[in-house]
Ligand binder design. Structure first.
Ligand code: ADP
Length: 482
């Protein structure tokens, strides 16, 4: 990999703590498409994480005292360096994660866009004055950075999940200790190389790789940490929620989803097929907002399934760095097992495999993009997040029934539906129990909009001006005797 980078210095095998590159390379990061080892990164634990938190604690007052404009300028520089190195960053990303290079470039771009957006927002963290209730006093509310922040990020978006947390934190004046996923630490370390170059002062951004549970425990329990931001599974999110209760820390949780994707009779079917492809098969189905249960209405059911499976059957599977590939490998064999389990369960209940349905002849964790028809609403695939390239299409008759099915889930991250009836669009958008709704689109993520879930899908919002609120505390000041 190093030989293929324009700037080989972006491939780092050390952690970044207090402005220094530390740790012995220990555990291997492998390319899921080839099994080839790309690099080794340090295996740090509780002690080094504590040191990183202390470094962030020392750096906090100085960083918070920078003017908003100074922080904004440094973030802007980081953004520019990422844009200038986007091809290298995308190649590192695809190599460690598997997604097609075109998608990796897209992720680097939106990752950079978060930094650009929060560099701008840094200057707009306004407080307020409040009409007083007593004549001798004046009231105001100011916003201050919450303090040291912990961040724990997943492997499915190794770049943008980091910038979506780190850039609002830094913009607000907070300092950060980040633990990236063990499958994909190289993207995180490359971002740190550029952060250092951009002039982010030492201790303001720290990155530790290693053993997740002890690192997570320090981030949740160290008294200096005031906020923990996590994207990952609901199971781990619940552990962190409990751990963070000890010090009553604020938490941002972006957890699992089980997104319904509904195609009504009055939809533009071709557009719905396009949307389903983007929503379901992007990143090989490994995003928390991927369509997981597709409901198509009776009258258009057959046409939708036929058009969808024709497109899916034509997808090219392979190493994400090869041109024309739209489906890379899944992250590991456990992911393959889950897709197989969901297919077997649906078929047992009477579903038909229309296309795909098995492991690819390429071997490893490559899996054929799959469409199942006549899926029963109570199948496993409609209850659990598949996190793989499996579209399970369920038939429905009635609007009220499908809304009830959509909402019969403990999760509520994204939902999608296709309809051209304006009354239905409002009705359904308001009735769906989810943090985000895509109407006539399968792609809703953007740095300018609030991303987040309801129910067990999480707490808080990332991106948009709301994403900044997570990282500030409101302080109310009463000035009396005036
Ligand atoms: P996935 O199943 O998609 O890998 P996880 O929730 O296991 O999702 O992983 C998301 C992130 O959480 C990763 O960085 C992982 O290393 C980290 N993680 C896993 N277990 C724990 C834990 N007990 N405490 C803190 N972080 C954890």
């Amino acid at each position: 990999l190093r030989d293929r980078l324009k700037d080989p210095a972006l491939l780092k095998e050390a952690c970044y703590i207090d402005g220094a590159w530390v740790g012995t390379p220990m555990f291997a990061v492998n390319n899921p498409a080839t099994g080839v080892e790309l690099a080794k990164v340090p295996q740090l634990g509780a002690d080094e994480t504590t040191k990183a938190v202390e470094a962030a604690q020392r750096a906090f007052p100085g960083w918070a005292k920078h003017t908003a404009k100074q922080r904004s300028n440094i973030l802007r520089k980081w953004f520019e360096l990422i844009v200038a190195n986007r091809e290298d960053l995308a190649l590192i990303l695809t190599s460690e994660q598997g997604k097609p290079l075109s998608e990796a470039l897209g992720e680097v771009d939106i990752g950079a866009a978060y930094i650009e957006f929060f560099a701008e927002e840094a200057r707009r963290v306004y407080g307020e004055t409040i009409p007083t209730q007593r004549p001798d006093a004046r009231l105001l509310a100011i916003k201050q950075p919450i303090g040291v922040c912990g961040a724990i990020t997943p492997w499915n978006f190794p770049n943008s999940m980091i910038t979506r947390k780190v850039s609002p934190a830094l913009a607000a004046g907070c300092t950060v200790v980040l633990k990236p996923a063990n499958e994909t630490p190289l993207s995180a370390l490359a971002l740190a190389v550029l952060a250092e170059k951009a002039g982010i002062p030492k201790g303001v951004l720290n990155i530790v790789t290693g053993d997740a549970p002890p690192i997570g425990k320090v981030l949740c329990e160290h008294p200096a940490v005031r906020f923990v931001g996590f994207t990952g599974s609901t199971a781990v999110g619940k552990i962190l929620y409990q751990q963070a209760s000890v010090g009553v820390k604020r938490l941002g949780l972006e957890l699992g989803g089980n997104a319904p994707f509904v195609v009504f009779d009055d939809a533009d079917i071709d557009a719905a097929v396009e949307g389903a492809i983007v929503s379901k098969y992007r990143n090989m189905g490994q995003t928390c907002v991927c369509a997981n249960r597709i409901y198509a209405q009776d009258k258009i059911y057959d046409e939708f399934v036929k058009k969808l499976s024709a497109k899916v059957a034509a997808m090219k599977i392979g190493d994400g760095t090869e041109s024309g590939v739209t489906q890379g490998p899944l992250i590991n064999m456990k992911a393959v097992d889950k897709v197989e389990r969901h297919i077997a369960d649906a078929v047992k209940r009477g579903a038909k495999v229309v296309t795909g349905g098995k492991r690819s002849e390429l071997g490893r964790s490559f899996f054929e993009p799959t469409v199942l028809a006549d899926v029963k609403p109570d199948s496993l695939v409609s209850q659990e997040e598949t996190f793989g390239p499996l579209a399970a299409v369920i038939r429905f008759k009635d609007e009220a029934d499908v809304i009830a099915m959509c909402n019969a889930s403990p999760f509520g991250l994204a939902s999608y539906f296709y309809s051209r009836d304006i009354g239905r669009v409002w009705r359904v958008a308001e009735a769906l129990e989810s943090g985000m709704v895509g109407v006539n689109t399968g792609l809703i993520t953007t740095e300018v909009a609030p991303f987040g879930g309801v129910k067990e899908s999480g707490l808080g919002r990332e991106g948009s001006r709301h994403g900044m609120e997570e990282y500030v505390e409101i302080k109310y000041v009463m000035m009396a005797g005036v």
